[in-house]
Design a protein around this ligand. Structure first.
Ligand code: SF4
Length: 121
């Protein structure tokens, strides 16, 4: 796999969890641990924190795309049970491509830096 076109050092801004830029996909097998992390029944967790998008489930967002599981500015309320998409950030296909996807991510994430092009010498 080629090197990513960026460097990333998390600044704990929490922006990736509260600036609204799409869905955070949840799989059925994510639900028990996420519900347990919140001290909720699975049914209550699904009702309070998830929404259906077509035939998939995504985390419910509040105002301006703030994840409903975010506590305070930057504390994930299900951190140890957070879904794969959250664990993988910023190594998402659209960001790894290095084009507009990376530009968009850099607008909200202060920990991303685009690699400088290598100079031919
Ligand atoms: S589940 Fe946690 S890590 Fe994922 S977007 Fe919500 S607050 Fe952020």
């Amino acid at each position: 796999m080629p090197n990513p076109p960026f460097t990333f050092q998390c600044q704990r801004s929490g922006n990736c969890c509260r600036t609204g830029h799409g869905q955070v996909w949840i799989k059925q097998h994510d639900i028990p641990a996420m519900a347990q992390a919140r001290g909720m029944t699975e049914k209550a967790f699904v009702t309070m924190h998830l929404r259906r998008v077509g035939d998939r489930l995504s985390i419910l967002e509040g105002a301006h795309g703030r994840c409903s599981l975010l506590e305070g500015l930057n504390e994930c309320g299900v951190y140890t049970a957070r879904p794969e998409q959250c664990r993988a950030f910023p190594n998402w296909p659209a960001i790894l491509e290095g084009g507009e996807g990376l530009d968009a991510a850099m607008r909200y994430c202060p920990g991303l830096r685009r690699n400088e092009p290598e100079l031919d010498v």
